[in-house]
Ligand binder design. Structure first.
Ligand code: 13P
Length: 345
């Protein structure tokens, strides 16, 4: 193995070390604004910067978070004291990552389905982000479950784009976080989510293989297998954990070092409980680490405390740190409802 491949593998291992996980603080400007709007906060560049400064300045965050995914706006920003966010993260022992997709667009001829954009010029952008200090990247594709969805063409096109992105990342020396997200929204059952997730993952790994992506140098970021958000029968924590691991075992090669779940709008504690249940029930028998790469399930409770007020920064940071700590415990299968309450008090 050449030095370039070894460096990729070292980054991947650093992202999975010591039961830490990823913090996805890479909401696009419109998504971040939507979260602010829901709380009546101003939707300005300064407000987004203040929010991200609160997050990256959280004391001891590096004890539980190995990497933070930023968006293009945030990776160029600084704290009020003038330190770049990248350097604040590096000083805390957290690897900086960058979301490089350009969001999703309606797929032509496929009502209700979406295609992720951002491949044009990606090679150059990856080089620039690497020079800025980014060590890994993220690209998200989304799949809805519904009448005739996802279509074969939506699965194939998004999977091929994910694989082309991943190959370009590895060429640039960045670890690709590969994120195919089967959305929770809908009435579908746990079994339907499992079938669609498995089909999507098979196609993603087929395309990764075709594009010569080194599987040891990626992190997979999938959805958990869950009942649709409006399905009348909601799976229990253990049922969701079993369905998720069973599905992943069918589709994810053992060469992949780590799987870091997205939270996808699950309540924060429930996402932790489900990750914990997977590790309690299966950890010793799995070829890959089961980790987290949560956005909402780590940040939302802290955002609701912060609300744009300097007076709330400390309390918001404590809440953020608590969620990060709980998710690290879930990686070990050590999380309990008591630990959840004690830390939150
Ligand atoms: P959620 O954890 O809120 O789903 O966000 C993860 C993410 O990075 C979406 O791209």
């Amino acid at each position: 193995m050449g030095p370039k491949q070894q460096a990729l593998l070292a980054t991947t291992q650093a992202l999975l070390v010591d039961d830490k996980g990823l913090l996805a603080m890479d909401e696009s400007i419109p998504t971040c604004n939507r979260r602010f709007e829901a709380l009546g906060l101003p939707q300005t560049e300064d407000a987004r910067r203040d929010y991200r400064e609160m997050i990256v300045n959280t004391p001891k965050l590096g004890a539980f978070i190995s990497g933070a995914i930023l968006c293009d706006e945030t990776i160029r920003q600084k704290t009020l004291e003038g330190t770049s966010f990248i350097n604040v993260l590096i000083d805390s022992g957290i690897l900086p990552g960058i979301k490089v997709d350009m969001g999703t667009q309606e797929m032509a001829g496929h009502a209700g389905e979406r295609i992720t954009e951002g491949l044009d010029g990606l090679r150059e952008r990856l080089t620039q982000y690497g020079e800025m200090g980014a060590r890994f990247a993220k690209w998200r594709a989304v799949f809805s479950i519904g009448e005739g969805m996802p279509s074969q063409s939506c699965i194939e096109t998004n999977a091929q784009d994910l694989a082309r992105y991943a190959a370009l990342c590895q060429e640039a020396g960045l670890v690709p976080v590969v994120e195919p997200e089967v959305l929770m929204e809908g009435e579908h059952t746990l079994e339907q989510c499992s079938a669609v997730t498995e089909e999507v993952l098979h196609e993603v790994f087929s395309q990764l293989y075709a594009q010569r992506v080194i599987l040891e140098g990626i992190i997979l970021k999938p959805n958990m297998v869950l009942s649709g958000s409006t399905c009348p029968k909601q799976a229990t924590v253990n049922e969701a954990a079993d369905a998720t691991v069973t599905c992943l075992l069918q589709a994810v090669p053992a060469a992949v070092p780590g799987i870091a779940f997205l939270s996808g709008g699950q309540p924060a504690e429930l996402a932790t409980a489900r990750l914990n249940a997977m590790n309690v029930r299966f950890k010793s028998r799995l070829p890959w680490a089961l980790s987290f790469s949560f956005a909402r399930a780590i940040q939302q409770p802290a955002l609701e405390i912060w609300r744009g007020d300097k007076m709330n920064v400390k309390a918001a940071q404590q809440t953020l740190l608590h969620r990060a700590r709980c998710n690290t415990a879930a990686r070990r299968g050590d999380w309990t409802e008591d630990a959840e309450r004690i830390g939150a008090a």
